[in-house]
Design a binder for this molecule. Structure first.
Ligand code: FAD
Length: 376
């Protein structure tokens, strides 16, 4: 099949969604091609938006007409102003969102804006005198005046837990391949980066009576400048616990089994986002590390223990989780893992994020070596 558009966005993550919406607002006919349209707008890691160093990005996106802040207001289940005791210049809004409600808000917006959406995997671009004419998948060709490529953590992605390595762009999602041939032909330098995520726990098995409660802001606050235009769902609490010396001993004794420390991973982290293994090695003098116990949704028992991302083997994850106050009987619903993926060295790009060689091919999001939903 052949399709024709003004702009084609490849990838339905945070970068792809905003790129598609901004082009639509400019009156263009836009298509979004992604590996699985049911997962558009998915939060790969913590379902939270904003915070220090991040909320200003969300607010800038909002001021420019983007949708991230509004989607956060529609799906946010806890809002807080951070650094409240300090001056306004260093304050930040942080929202814990309901993961499913966030995806739903994004997918409904794309539908409302009549973005054409296709489930497909782009494997190559055809060029004519360095102008990209078509994005090509196994069965289809998509023609457009310009293209935005946002492959996130999926390009030749590997998922690592302890000494096991499997292909994938994110847990339970396949990787994407093929584009590296185009990059090689067009002399775009590739590199490898890594990131990680903690195990998810069942709230039904956490002893909340042992944890400190962290309520949200009493006053209703919003991420978007449009304020109460978007109503928040029901608000909820987060909690706090800590690692202890026993947790640290378990991790230290098993450090060589971590994918990050066994030499299995060649990529470096795109920014300072340390795993619990890293924290224990680098800050050996610390006896505790704080863990924020954050719900992933209102109708879900999935809990995100923020601060203990790991790529240790499953049995070690079980052992160290159970050593933490309140998690003694916690059931792990999904093990923590590291993901390693290809990115393009952003020195191959112009300031507009178009590649230096192909002026109508733009790269956005984690493919450029950034990390985080807001940065994407
Ligand atoms: C395990 C893990 C842990 C993370 N930890 C953190 C963290 O602690 N803090 C933080 O801020 N951020 C973290 N992130 C990063 C955050 O998820 C990303 O920064 C953000 O999602 C990047 O957005 P994106 O739009 O660039 O890509 P993604 O959200 O990854 O979306 C990429 C999209 O491209 C599609 N795609 C890929 N290749 C193709 C192709 N060839 N054809 C068609 N579609 C394609 C995929 O289906 C997907 O929809 C983590 C991510 C992962 C996976």
């Amino acid at each position: 099949m052949k399709y024709i558009f003004d702009l084609i966005v490849i990838g339905g993550g945070h970068a792809g969604v905003e790129a598609a919406l901004v082009a639509k607002r400019m009156g263009l006919e836009v298509a979004l091609i992604t590996l699985d349209k049911t997962k558009i707008g998915r939060m790969s890691c913590n379902p939270a938006i904003g915070g220090i160093g991040k909320s200003h990005l969300t607010k800038e996106i909002d001021a420019l007409g983007g949708y991230m802040a509004e989607a956060t207001d529609i799906s946010g289940i806890q809002f807080k102003t951070l650094n409240k005791k300090k001056g306004p210049a260093v304050q930040a809004t942080r929202a814990q969102t309901d993961k499913n409600l966030y995806e739903k808000a994004i997918q409904e917006k794309l539908k409302k804006e009549k973005i054409h959406i296709y489930d497909d995997e782009i494997k190559d671009f055809h060029t004519e005198k360095n102008i990209v004419e078509k994005a090509v998948s196994e069965k289809n060709e998509y023609k457009a005046k310009a293209f935005v490529l946002t492959t996130g953590t999926f390009l030749n992605g590997s998922i690592l837990i302890g000494h096991t390595k499997q292909e994938g762009g994110r847990i339970d999602e396949k990787k994407s391949t093929g584009l590296e041939k185009f990059f090689k032909k067009n002399k775009l330098q590739l590199g490898r980066l890594k990131t990680g995520t903690p195990p998810r726990l069942s709230s039904k098995t956490i002893n909340y009576s042992l944890l400190e409660t962290q309520p949200g802001e009493e006053k209703e606050i919003y991420m978007s400048f449009l304020g109460a235009k978007n109503k928040h769902p029901k608000q909820t609490n987060c909690h706090i616990t800590q690692t202890n010396e026993h947790t640290h001993k378990i991790i230290q004794e098993n450090i060589k089994k971590s994918a990050m420390y066994s030499g299995l991973i060649s990529g470096v982290g795109p920014r300072y986002c340390p795993s619990i293994e890293d924290k224990i090695v680098r800050f050996a003098e610390k006896k505790h590390h704080q863990i924020f116990v954050e719900p992933e949704g209102l109708d879900s028992d999935w809990v995100y223990p923020n601060g203990i991302s790991t790529s240790l083997p499953k049995e070690v994850q079980e052992e160290y989780i159970h050593s933490i106050k309140g998690f003694e009987d916690a059931k792990i619903l999904q093990f923590g893992y590291a993901v390693e993926y290809d990115y393009i060295d952003p020195r191959n790009l112009q300031k507009t994020l178009a590649t230096k060689k192909n002026p109508n091919l733009f790269l956005a999001g984690q493919i450029n070596g950034t990390t985080g939903y807001e940065e994407a």
